[in-house]
Design a binder for this molecule. Sequence first.
Ligand SMILES: [Zn+2]
Ligand SMILES: [Zn+2]
Length: 154
Amino acid sequence: MGNGFGIKCKKCGYNYVAMDGIGYMFPVEYSDTVRDIREGKYGDEYKMFFEKHKDAAVNCGNETAVCTKCGHLDSVMNLSLYLPKDGNNSDGCVMPRVLEEDFDKCLEYDHTCSECGGKMLIISPEDEIRNGALKCPICGEILIEDKDVKIIWD
Ligand SMILES: [Zn+2]
Ligand SMILES: [Zn+2]
């Protein structure tokens, strides 16, 4: 469940809707992601981490990332790896909110831009827009909130 946050460029018409949060398929996405990690899809470091720590958890929340090189905006799975603070993860499928509270972050995934291969950073789109910190990837104008967009998704 999450909120859509609209972003637009008033100069060239570029627009993007950020849909952060988790979907109703979360448990399935979670187990698929753990399988992919164990199969080495996200690299050896990730694979080893899950082999070494039986209580390892992964953040399967959807977040907005921006390319540090070309400004491309995209929706990515967070994919940070965590270990429980009390050494016990009985749940197996952990919500991002719980990870923030009861787990320690151990590894962050390096997201790369699908457009240019540059490094992407996970951002809070609301904060970045409020601070005027996002630029249009097409024309370089400061991006603003598109108030016409209000999507609640589940
Ligand atoms: Zn633009
Ligand atoms: Zn890029």
